[in-house]
Design a protein around this ligand. Structure first.
Ligand code: ADQ
Length: 469
């Protein structure tokens, strides 16, 4: 079995449960193949830009975790400037929030070259390399430039916007050429996949060869949608564990007279938190039967607080929550409980299970794993209802959720009201279908299908029989 080498901006120790489903699923392959997980250490050091920084190697069972430090200038340009200041907003359709400062792209390229220079000597000829996310789009072409001929696949965790939006990035053609140097490009949804196909057709005159294969820039590559899932078994076990059960019982006791709604997000403008608050305010305005009853618990974990767009959203959210509580609250009922913090992973399933409704209403999201976690944590005999944005990647799969347009406060309020009153039989039916999808397309299925497709992609290119992992 070929060795798997995973590359991502940050590296997680798969032995730690806090690492989450993705690390656990990758660990399965990394463990079986004695693989490497390579990425940034998270440390910023004061050395010259583009200069060499130390590599740190740590053995995690059979898996080698290899990380490197970044110097301040590289970190600021690659991570803050280009990845988070350009690619994150543009991939979430927010050209208005992108900062197209030209020096950032140079730093982004420099760090990708550094990653390639450090990684290349560690690779063996029949390794399979899997690169993750928007921080590392050019890594494949940088590895190719160093002569690496291994199978290299790429998965984009964020959405890929339509060509007219993507093409607003100065250097978009260079980025897309970089994407096309992989053997397999994986996207979260069919919609993202369509955007990729339409970009390479229009801008790079790519020729379709059928079955997801393309001839472009004088090479053959495969592209497809691979919707990421969660580790359903792990999350179900977490739901049954004492910490989650305790949390569930405490919340049930505390809110026995209320109907609980829950939102769990990173505090990010893509998650549509102010829009969600306005929809909740609309619910209270239009439906008096929700007064003294509907209580929204919104957890928003701190994220990228050094970026001004994030502090703006923090203030907007705090002011909306304050005004909703001020206008609608009673001595014994606070409509919104907002917490700007991260909830321990072990407690999350208890919170989900105690809630009648989950509000997963991003303005744009690659997938959104909270939607899937909420479904898995429910009691199948008396499940809660998922209110889901049509603009989350998850909407393509989770058809039985109540779908909303998060920009439409009235429509979203109406859907929340329907969710709060939905009869048990209908809730059970919808939940059973949603759970079946989460189970069928869990994170192990995602890893399997991606890696099998990557094996196929290379075999097509070289004309050798398809490799099975
Ligand atoms: P994220 O934008 O980080 O990831 P998401 O998929 O919603 O988003 O959540 C990731 C994890 O973080 C979930 O396991 C969730 O439980 C946890 N989490 C979020 N907020 C939390 C909080 N306040 N407290 C505790 N835990 C919290 C990116 C893309 C997504 C894509 C994932 C995976 O933006 O669209 O689904 O990668 O590909």
């Amino acid at each position: 079995m070929p060795r798997l080498v995973v590359v991502s901006n940050r590296v997680a120790d798969p032995r730690k449960t806090a690492a989450g489903g993705l690390a656990v699923a990758l660990a399965e392959f990394l463990n079986n193949t004695g693989g490497i997980w390579f990425g940034w250490s998270g440390k910023v050091v004061e050395t010259a830009a583009g200069g060499d920084t130390a590599l740190h190697t740590q053995q995690a069972g059979p898996v080698k975790l290899v990380t490197m430090d970044l110097n301040r200038e590289d970190h600021d340009a690659y991570y803050l400037g280009y990845s988070n200041g350009v690619l994150w907003p543009v991939c979430h359709y927010r050209l208005d929030l992108a900062d197209f400062e030209t020096s950032h792209i140079e730093g982004y390229r420099r760090v990708n070259q550094l990653f390639a220079r450090k990684l290349a000597p560690l690779l063996q000829p029949d390794d399979i390399v899997w690169v993750h996310d928007y921080h590392l789009i050019p890594l494949g072409s940088e590895l190719r430039a160093l002569g690496c001929q291994q199978r290299i696949g790429f998965f984009l965790h964020v959405p890929l916007p339509p060509p007219p939006i993507f093409a607003a990035i100065p250097g978009h053609d260079w980025l897309m050429k970089g994407l096309c140097s992989y053997d397999l490009v994986g996207l979260q949804s069919e919609e993202d996949h369509e955007h990729f196909c339409s970009y390479i057709t229009r801008e790079a005159h790519a020729q379709p060869l059928g079955e997801g294969l393309w001839r472009v820039f004088n090479r053959t590559l495969r592209a497809g949608s691979f919707p990421i899932g969660i580790d359903v078994e792990e999350f179900a076990a977490l739901t049954a564990a004492p910490e989650a059960r305790e949390m569930h019982e405490r919340m049930k006791r505390e809110y026995s007279l209320r109907k609980l709604l829950v939102g769990v997000d990173r505090l990010d403008y893509s998650k549509g938190l102010p829009h969600r608050m306005r929809a909740f305010r609309e619910l209270l305005k239009r439906y008096p039967d929700t007064h003294r009853s509907a209580t929204l618990i919104q957890i928003a974990s701190p994220s990228r607080e050094d970026v001004s767009a994030y502090t703006d959203i923090l203030h907007e959210l705090e002011s909306l929550c304050g005004s909703i509580n001020g206008n609608y609250g009673e001595l014994d009922w606070m409509p919104v409980r907002y917490m700007h913090r991260t909830v321990a992973r072990a407690k999350l399933p208890g919170l989900y299970r105690a809630s009648q409704v989950a509000l997963v209403t991003p303005l744009r999201d690659g997938m959104n794993l909270v939607a899937k976690e909420f479904i898995v944590a429910q009691d199948p005999d008396d499940p809660g209802v998922l209110v889901l944005s049509r603009f989350a990647g998850a909407a393509e799969q989770l058809r039985e959720a109540l779908m909303v347009n998060p920009y439409d406060a009235e429509g979203t309020a109406e859907a929340i009201h329907i969710a709060l009153q939905m009869p048990r039989e209908e809730r059970k039916e919808r939940h059973a279908a949603l759970l079946a999808t989460c189970k069928r397309c869990d994170v192990h299925w995602w890893c399997d299908t991606f890696l099998q497709s990557l094996a196929k992609a290379q075999a097509q290119e070289t004309g050798t029989p398809w490799l099975r992992l």
